[in-house]
Write a protein that binds this ligand. Structure first.
Ligand SMILES: Cc1cc2nc3c(=O)[nH]c(=O)nc-3n(C[C@H](O)[C@H](O)[C@H](O)COP(=O)(O)OP(=O)(O)OC[C@H]3O[C@@H](n4cnc5c(N)ncnc54)[C@H](O)[C@@H]3O)c2cc1C
Length: 556
């Protein structure tokens, strides 16, 4: 393919980012193949409740009090000094078009009255004005997934999009040296491996909540795309920044109770009934997520492990049922009536700010490889994501990737130095573990890994805990098979080691990364960190290291 030909594109992932990219790429006349390992709607996208942040001032029915500068400022503040500001500006500047595109694809955002009336815009933590569009009350992700999927299935029926269902990305195909990615090795629903050739592979494989035992994420959120990109030589960034949602139901499944509930006035209480967050932050329950999650963990420790409770009893049964039908139904399924009694909540791994380093058009450091959505690290979230910015990112960046495909300006060159990730410890003469093999203590690999990550790289971290975690991960043997479980577990282990290295290297507390032994931000460390598998690092210290790709984005 030369620089202007229409490329054959393989998009991996069927969440908001993958579907948007695929639809936009189809609309631009590209030949597009979309692959997803699970049912097409088994995504994190479908789980999103709170809504999508969007700067709608100037649109009919939009929020007149909002301004681009406010949304940018809120995003930068949440990101704690590590956001790429031009990327944030690109995100906010794209929000009006994102809303229009979604409505064109059939998303019905909630409005105050009939069609054409103002949108209902909710307030969430760390947003300075109400700017959260939602659909079906608290079913925003489900509505976006439904509409985008319907459009994709329509494109498939029209012969404009090929969809590979239940097809797992195993690895990326790439030659030696600076060779581009030429496709992917996938595991089909028939259990057979095959290759899918492509001029451009767009990873939209979502997050990695399954690194932890407590997570709001889908079971398939195992970070496969990030691990595959690392193996292919891509640079990753910001992996130490894992957002823990403060209020998952403290019950099996960790069902998320959206913070929009707190936006509407629900409060958190300790075992003594006190609103303990009022002591911790001026915005109390509407403080940034990391602050709320940390205070909950500290309060739980102080009250012998008993959970704190979310008290929404002041909001009224009818309001709760109408505004939060999904949460209401889930809580009732657990036998809880939140209109009458507070419900126990716990932090849970929720969103990975880090991922495959990209520019604001989704270019990675590897030619032919693109990344978008939660698996990418564009720098828009910095050290902590502003609530409800990720659905927006999937739509805005998905469209930007599609527009950039076929206009390849060469791979991304990271802003800062790239550090080598420690190689996996040698197993000596020991063979790789068979799929699902328990470790020496008889614990299945995934459970052992998750428990170790929760203890060592959870909400609160410190140097000795991270060192112990690195040691523990070093004792776990990666399975060798190409079955789904082995591919996922191998990737989780690679990613866990990378998260641990990044968390150990950041000897400060910033955003979602909280070190008990370094409780304050260190101005000397106010930079993003970039990492790469050890054997790929030399190729990246190139003469182009001073290029600043972010300067290409116009200010909004
Ligand atoms: C409970 C919950 C609530 C949330 N609420 C909000 C909210 O209110 N607002 C907001 O903005 N954000 C919210 N988020 C975050 C947001 O939903 C996600 O960040 C976003 O939807 C991610 O979209 P994505 O397309 O990148 O990934 P996903 O939607 O997770 O899609 C990933 C896709 O990749 C596929 N995949 C993964 N690995 C492979 C592989 N190896 N081979 C093939 N396919 C693979 C999966 O099957 C899936 O199709 C929430 C997240 C959760 C979990």
């Amino acid at each position: 393919m030369n620089a202007t030909q229409s490329p054959r594109v393989l998009v991996v992932g069927s969440g908001v980012a993958g579907l948007t990219t695929a639809l936009e790429a189809c609309a631009r006349g590209h030949e597009v193949v979309l692959a997803a390992k699970d049912a097409l709607d088994a995504t994190n996208t479908v789980r999103a409740q709170g809504g999508m942040a969007a700067m709608t001032a100037g649109l009919p029915g939009g929020q007149p009090r909002d301004r681009a500068e406010l949304h940018v400022a809120d995003t930068l503040a949440a990101g704690a000094g590590l956001c790429e500001e031009p990327a944030v500006r690109a995100l906010v500047a794209g929000s009006a078009a994102a809303v229009a595109d979604l409505e064109r694809w059939g998303v019905a955002f909630d409005r105050t009255a009939g069609p054409g009336s103002p949108w209902v815009e909710g307030l969430e933590g760390a947003h300075s004005v109400p700017r959260i569009l939602h659909a079906g009350g608290d079913a925003t992700g489900r509505e976006i997934q439904r509409a985008l999927l319907a459009a994709a299935l329509g494109a498939e029926r029209a012969g404009r999009l090929e969809i590979l269902r239940h097809t797992l990305l195993v690895d990326l195909l790439r030659g030696p040296g600076d060779a581009p990615v030429t496709g992917a090795l996938v595991l089909g629903p028939d259990g057979l491996l095959r290759t899918v050739g492509a001029d451009a592979v767009v990873l939209a494989t979502g997050g990695a909540g399954q690194l932890y035992p407590h997570t709001t994420n889908a079971p398939g959120a195992t970070g496969d795309g990030i691990a595959a990109a690392l193996r292919a030589g891509a640079v990753v960034a910001d992996l130490e920044f894992v957002q823990f949602h403060p209020t998952a139901l403290a019950a099996p499944g960790c069902f998320l109770v959206t913070e929009a509930v707190r936006g509407e006035g629900a409060v958190l209480r300790d075992a003594g009934g006190r609103r303990f967050l009022r002591d911790a932050h001026p915005r109390a329950e509407l403080a940034p997520r990391d602050v709320v999650a940390r205070e909950i963990v500290r309060r739980c420790l102080a009250q012998d492990g008993r959970p704190v409770v979310l008290d929404a009893t002041g909001l009224g049964r009818q309001f709760l049922a109408e505004r939060f039908p999904t949460v209401d139904a889930a809580l009732r399924a657990h036998g809880l009536d939140w209109s009458r009694e507070p419900v126990p909540v716990t932090p849970a791994a929720h969103y990975l700010m880090g991922g495959i380093a990209t520019d604001p058009d989704g270019r990675t450091t590897v030619p032919g490889l693109w990344a978008v959505g939660e698996c990418a690290a564009t720098g828009v979230h910095g050290a902590n994501r502003l609530a409800s910015n990720s659905l927006l990112e999937g739509v805005v960046l998905g469209a930007r990737v599609a527009a950039a495909l076929g206009h390849d300006r060469g791979p991304l060159v990271p802003r800062g130095p790239v550090r080598p990730l420690p190689a996996a410890p040698s197993t000596g003469t020991a063979a790789p573990a068979a799929p699902g093999t328990p470790d020496d203590d008889g614990v299945p690999l995934r459970s052992a890994l998750q428990e170790a990550m929760w203890a060592g790289a959870g909400v609160l971290r410190d140097g000795p805990g991270l060192a112990a975690l690195a040691g523990r991960l070093g004792t776990l043997r990666a399975p060798a098979g190409t079955d789904r479980r082995s591919v996922e577990d191998r990737g989780l282990l690679e990613l866990a080691r990378a998260v641990t290295a990044a968390a150990a290297a950041r000897t400060e507390s910033r955003g979602a990364h909280a070190r008990e032994d370094h409780p304050h931000p260190d101005p000397a460390l106010a930079t993003r960190t970039f990492w790469c598998a050890e054997r790929h690092v030399p190729a990246l210290t190139s003469a182009h290291a001073s290029d600043d790709i972010y300067e290409r984005i116009p200010a909004c």
